[in-house]
Design a binder for this molecule. Structure first.
Ligand code: PEP
Ligand code: MG
Length: 885
């Protein structure tokens, strides 16, 4: 019979998919002899059974939980619901992938009017017993009975106010008793039934609630954001309680084995004395730094530091550890790989490899490629004069400016309009997730470095300053007051997540410097990757930037913007409006030297590396005024009869625009079809490239232009242009007595070109997959229409798993690519093949490009580091380089 329940000594770390991350690690820690309170894990398979049975726990699972509970009770010597020695447990979710704060937890389960007295008697501490009971009622009611926490907090606050106390632990037994009574009345009012007294009922109701919480809104949003499979389900961990709230020799905390913000190798975290579980993460009291524990409880600190070291060595990764101290004794409640900032992620991976704990390849696999991007983002200019109004905790680095917004819904609304917002809250909860996603940065007045806002912002790479207690936030008036300064909703504020500074107004920002660890990691990546990484760049400045980020060439220079500037556009329009080839030649002769200089600049910036230049691609009407504008202008001129020559000019323009108008421009007169109908345009561009190459060659530079024909459907077009390229190149080289190496090739953007790649390669010397158009034409989706209208439905309904314009559609588009690679190389074994659509900078797509044997990927300059690391990870996971140190 299938086993659904595992005691902590029956599992291990590699049973993660069955036991969830938390359960598997609790088992692993139990096995290596760490002080873990005993318990059991109900597997993710049980969660699936629960959903299969229409959200009911099947009887066999109920029986298995009961059996294991008996074993646990015997081992601990306490019994759930026992009137003299009651066992209290926590019930927590634990998914396969960590989803901090997204699902639910119930602590102190097993308390009722009888057991609470037993606990008071056994501990000699009635305040503690009542405090635990009122917390339990509150959590259970929230998680299981779905009565909002806020309603209980409201009652608690009223009692505190009546008693004139600030902190929970100042409440007397009498007041706590009164609070419990008021909580119970609230439960009856809301549910019509009394609070469940029977501990075993409490247990099963909580287990089911945790399974249900897998599908709550915030968990759903979190999974979508982090691309976690909705079918995985959660495990449930039932663990005997230890108490951090029994007095001042007790406490609870969270610590990382290294600093998750900077990566520095020191224990990093926070704790609260005389507090329970969620108090630290909830951000209600601002906790003490872990270093203080060393002076407060030196022995416990030493034991904790040693345990942290053991865990890091064991898991070969930074650990995020939850612990509780009960009457001077340390217990470890959880460990998991610590979430970290991009900066810390790189330093940690680098340092762990240098310390010999992991190999360089393992270090490369530890880094999430997308995080590299964050480090290329802007920081506050250190020379700027700043109006710093307060300083909080530096919870997640990077700088952000935005208009102040006080609630998540509003942040989301404004974000959708394109506004940059700064979400300002006393503290955030998982319910604010949509606002955090929409905001540029997060600022809170309460909570520590491990508060919800801090953890989530770090995970998303958003700047965050938290625990900024100088801020007095008034949600009703929608203001935040700092000393004499009053900031209203809509005012501009900036934060610096690296230092914790809160600054009035906008701030000047600068590009960051890359750390030595960053550069070392990328150098390791270059050692193991097989794919070359190039950049898409249209200007010498972009080419230069790309080179700095490590691009080894340009995979796509789009030439259309070279037709746009005010010195060019009139000639481009003249060229389009020309009535005959002679007029067209005249206009083009103005453009030739201008384009020659453009190419000169780019080839020079990329000296020594290949530069792939694509000839003109967009339809010609894009260079003319819009039909609508011309209609209005001509109508006005006709009515006023004020300027007849101008009217004639505009009417002729209108006629041309009408003639060029297309019902489906994406599939219309564009790409090399322009070169077929107006060969002079392409000839001018070919000439300009050759002139620039010759000039640079004569100046002593090595240039490697690749002339690229867009949107071919097969060999015939390519042959037509190849002949022209060769003639122009030959004549130019002869004329100037200089030789340079060049290639002629094509974009593969249409299914037909991919299918006929074998023939195409007879003339094309290289292919570059233009997967933006190839995706549009393979799926028959126009990107703008799809993303604006129906693609989200396709994703929601799981007709498509991913947006194919972001992550390459391996099944369809990928199939065409494979055919093109195989057939192209069959004809021409040394055919150079790359990708230059947006997928060239996306990790998953890069892995595919590696698998099917492309030579290079090309992406925007800022994505070059991501592509370098992704290419390395692809090579490592294919086992090509694994194992060297
Ligand atoms: C492509 O289609 O993938 C491509 C790179 O060309 P563009 O995006 O300019 O259409
Ligand atoms: Mg294209």
């Amino acid at each position: 019979m299938e086993k659904f329940v595992y005691l902590f000594n029956q599992g291990s770390a590699d049973m993660r998919s069955l036991l969830g991350g938390k359960g598997a690690n609790l088992c692993e820690m139990t096995n290596i002899g760490l002080p873990v309170p005993p318990g059991m894990t109900i597997s993710t398979a049980a969660c699936a059974e629960y959903y299969k049975a229409d959200q009911k726990l099947p009887q066999n699972i109920i029986d298995e939980v009961r059996e294991n509970l008996t074993t646990l009770e015997t081992a601990i010597g306490k019994k759930l619901g026992d009137t003299t020695n009651p066992l209290l447990v926590s019930v927590r979710s634990g998914a396969v992938f960590s989803m901090p704060g997204m699902m639910d937890t119930v602590l102190n389960l097993g308390l009722n009017e009888t057991t609470v007295q037993a606990v008071a008697k056994n501990t000699g501490n009635l305040v503690f017993a009542y405090d635990s009971y009122r917390r339990f009622i509150q959590m259970f009611s929230d998680v299981v009975l779905e009565i909002p926490k806020h309603d209980f907090e409201h009652l608690l606050a009223e009692h505190k106010k009546q008693q004139g106390v600030t902190y929970d632990q100042e409440l007397s037994a009498e007041t706590l008793r009164a609070i419990i009574d008021s909580y119970k009345i609230l439960v009856i009012e809301r549910t019509g039934s009394p609070f469940p007294e029977e501990p075993i009922d409490q247990l099963f109701l909580s287990i089911e609630a945790v399974f249900r919480s897998w599908n709550n809104d915030r968990a759903f949003i979190y999974r979508n954001l982090n691309k976690i499979d909705h079918n995985l389900g959660t495990a449930v961990n039932i663990q005997s309680m230890v108490f951090g709230n029994m007095g001042n020799d007790c406490g609870t905390g969270v610590a990382f084995t290294r600093n998750p913000s900077t990566g520095e190798n020191i224990l990093y975290g926070e704790y609260l004395t005389n507090a329970q579980g969620e108090d630290v993460v909830a951000g209600i009291r601002t906790p003490q730094p872990i270093a203080k524990l060393e002076s407060e409880m030196p022995e416990v600190y030493a034991q904790f530091a040693n345990t942290a070291h053991i865990l890091e060595q064991h898991y070969k990764n930074v650990q995020d550890i939850e612990f509780t101290i009960e009457k001077g004794k340390l217990f470890i409640l959880q460990t998991r790989n610590g979430k970290r900032t991009a900066q810390a992620g790189i330093k940690i991976a680098h340092d762990l490899a240098m310390e010999g704990l992991i190999t360089k390849e393992e270090a490369l696999l530890l880094i999430e490629p997308g995080q590299l991007d964050q480090l290329l983002h802007r920081q506050i200019d250190s020379n700027a004069t700043l109006n710093v109004i307060a300083t909080g905790l530096p919870a997640s680095p990077g700088a952000a400016s935005g208009v102040v917004v006080f609630d998540a819904d509003h942040a989301e609304q404004l974000g959708k309009t394109g506004a940059k917002v700064l979400l300002v809250r006393t503290e955030t909860t998982p319910d604010d997730i949509h606002g955090i996603i929409a905001a540029q940065g997060i600022l809170t007045s309460r909570g520590g470095m491990t508060s919800h806002a801090a953890v989530v912002a770090r995970g998303m790479g958003k700047p965050c300053v938290c625990g900024c207690e100088a801020l007095k936030i008034d949600y009703t008036k929608k203001t935040v007051t700092v000393g004499q300064t009053i900031i209203k909703e809509g005012d501009l504020v900036s934060i610096d997540g690296a230092t914790g500074r809160v600054i009035l107004g906008l701030v000047p920002m600068v590009d960051p410097e890359l750390s030595t660890e960053y550069l070392a990691i990328l150098a390791w990546a270059d050692e193991v990757k097989r794919l070359d990484v190039r950049a898409n760049a249209d200007t010498p400045e972009d080419a230069q930037k790309a080179r700095e980020f490590g691009a080894k060439g340009i995979g796509l220079t789009r030439t259309e913007h070279m037709f746009m500037g005010h010195d060019r556009l009139p000639h481009v329009q003249r060229m389009i409006l020309a009535e005959n080839p002679a007029e067209r030649h005249d206009a083009l002769s103005y453009l030739l030297p201008i384009q020659e200089n453009d190419f000169y600049g780019i080839l020079k910036a990329m000296e020594g590396y290949p530069v792939c230049i694509r000839l003109l691609d967009p339809p010609l009407h894009e260079f003319l005024p819009s039909l609508e504008d011309l209609l209005i202008e001509t109508t006005q001129l006709r009515i006023t009869q004020s300027n007849m020559p101008l009217l004639a000019e505009k009417e002729s323009l209108l006629k041309k625009v009408r003639a060029l108008h297309e019902s489906n421009p994406m599939l219309g007169h564009r790409g090399c079809r322009l070169g077929i109908t107006f060969p002079e345009i392409y000839e001018m561009q070919m000439q300009a490239i050759c002139n620039a190459a010759v000039r640079l060659t004569l100046e002593g530079y090595t240039v490697l232009p690749e002339i690229e024909i867009p949107l071919t459907i097969g060999k015939a077009e390519m042959a037509f242009f190849k002949e022209k390229i060769d003639t122009i190149a030959k004549n130019t080289m002869e004329k100037h007595q200089a030789t340079f190496h060049y290639l002629s090739g094509t974009m593969i953007e249409l299914p037909r070109a991919a299918l006929l790649a074998g023939e195409l390669a007879e003339v094309a010397e290289f292919f570059s997959f233009g997967t933006n158009d190839l995706t549009q034409t393979c799926l028959g989706f126009s990107r703008d229409d799809a993303e604006g209208k129906f693609l989200n439905h396709y994703l929601d309904m799981k007709i498509l798993a991913e947006n194919p314009f972001i992550t390459l559609d391996r099944k369809g588009v990928g199939q065409l690519m494979k055919i093109a690679v195989t057939n192209g190389r069959q004809t021409r074994p040394d055919l150079l093949i790359g990708i230059c659509g947006e997928h060239g900078g996306e990790s998953n797509s890069i892995a595919f490009c590696h698998e099917i044997g492309l030579d290079f990927v090309s992406c925007s300059p800022y994505r070059v580091p991501i592509a370098r690391l992704s290419a390395a990870q692809a090579a490592i996971s294919k086992g090509e380089n694994y194992g060297t140190r």
